[in-house]
Design a protein around this ligand. Structure first.
Ligand SMILES: NC(=O)c1ccc[n+]([C@@H]2O[C@H](COP(=O)([O-])OP(=O)(O)OC[C@H]3O[C@@H](n4cnc5c(N)ncnc54)[C@H](O)[C@@H]3O)[C@@H](O)[C@H]2O)c1
Length: 348
């Protein structure tokens, strides 16, 4: 099998690439490296060399907005009798705050990029797709756990681009119900790192999310962890979120591929989360007890657009994909810390 993995050198994509290659699947990564380092590819190769694994990895440095690049990937693959069987599409921009400041960039990269990809797929008759959607589309609500039929009401341009893309999938699959196979995976908060410590999350600038911020405080790159509100309607007053180990999330993609290979056509929207909610204080306590690090923190006022609780109902993923998350919060902390210790400055 051969998979086109867009955004494959990013945080989530690099972990999926490793798992695919470990399984003996050929991988073509298309990435513009706008939010990732080419060193990621060296790390993937190092890991596979250390394991004496035979593998086939091809890297294309290109932009999903450039349809010619996409067409060439499909064309060259067919010409070499190695056609692309499935696309896993992760390339895109993901900062909520940046999307508020520069919405057109988000519509351009996320929506136009996906439209280009679908056009190329149609042209070259590749009809299987796994897409990275987001729990952000559920908007402001703390009706938990959130199932896939939860109200869709994104409150920022980033979330709106994901909804627009899911709408394209609806229309496309309606136009020919027997042709396309699409799983749109709605991620909650992927965290942690590969247990080897070779690949992990390396945000550019000050991290936006709790977990990379916390590990950077632990390593001394940031001074204090900011907690936005300790007066939420939760047991300890801090916000509750769903954190899923990055390897569990990556395994959800392999389960999706198996599912797509087992059926004739489909359009499925599927939550990928741990199905559990942890508060910020629980995360800090677990991290401190697992690693022995102390995390200084400050309490700040609530941020606009935050909610008290958000975690997934993952029954659909369990039933349909036969997948469930296996890794604990302790493993998340240990693997995340292992990555940060081995790479205090990320990939640079
Ligand atoms: N990380 C999360 O918390 C999270 C949650 C929900 C959904 N997602 C979605 O998952 C996907 C991957 O997220 P991630 O955390 O790995 O992000 P990431 O930024 O680490 O990876 C995205 C990759 O896409 C590449 N890219 C960006 N624009 C591109 C373009 N125009 N052409 C080609 N490549 C381009 C980047 O260089 C990067 O390597 C994104 O679509 C994101 O919206 C992420």
């Amino acid at each position: 099998m051969r998979v086109l993995l867009t955004g494959g050198s990013g945080f989530i994509g690099s972990h999926i690439a490793l798992l695919l290659l470990e399984r003996g699947i050929d991988v073509v990564i298309l990435d513009s490296f706008t939010n990732s380092s080419p060193n990621v590819i060296n790390r993937i190769n190092t890991y596979l060399d250390n394991k004496y694994l035979k593998y086939k990895l091809e890297i294309i440095n290109g932009d999903i907005r450039d349809k010619k690049t996409l067409d060439k990937i499909f064309f060259d693959s067919i010409k070499a009798h190695k056609s692309i069987d499935i696309v896993i599409h992760l390339a895109g921009l993901k900062s909520v705050s940046e999307s508020v400041v520069n919405p057109l960039l988000y519509w351009d990269v996320n929506v136009l990029g996906t439209l280009n990809l679908l056009l190329s797929m149609k042209e070259y008759e590749c009809f299987s797709l796994v897409f990275s959607s987001s729990a952000t589309i559920y908007g402001l609500s703390d009706l938990v756990p959130m199932a896939e039929d939860h109200n869709i009401s994104p409150i920022n341009p980033y979330g709106k681009t994901k909804v627009a893309i899911e709408s394209m999938f609806y229309d496309l699959c309606n136009s020919n119900i027997n042709l396309w196979k699409i799983c749109s995976l709605r991620y909650f908060n992927p965290v942690g790192a590969h247990p080897s410590g070779l690949i992990g999350e390396d945000p550019i600038g000050i991290p936006n999310n709790l977990f990379p911020f916390l590990t950077q405080v632990a390593i001394g790159r940031q001074k204090t962890l900011k907690i936005f509100g300790d007066d939420w309607d939760t047991e300890d007053g801090s916000g509750i979120r769903d954190y899923i180990h990055i390897i569990d999330l990556a395994e959800g993609h392999l389960a999706s591929i198996d599912y797509l290979n087992s059926i004739d056509s489909c359009l499925e929207f599927i939550n990928l989360g741990s199905g559990k909610g942890y508060s910020v204080f629980q995360i800090i306590n677990q991290f401190e007890s697992s690693t022995g690090c102390q995390i200084p923190f400050s309490i700040e006022s609530r941020r606009d657009g935050d909610v008290a609780k958000c975690y997934a109902d993952i029954s659909k993923a369990k039933t349909l994909l036969g997948w469930s998350p296996k890794r604990s919060l302790e493993e998340i902390c240990l693997d995340g810390w292992n990555w940060q210790m081995k790479n205090p400055n990320g990939y640079s």
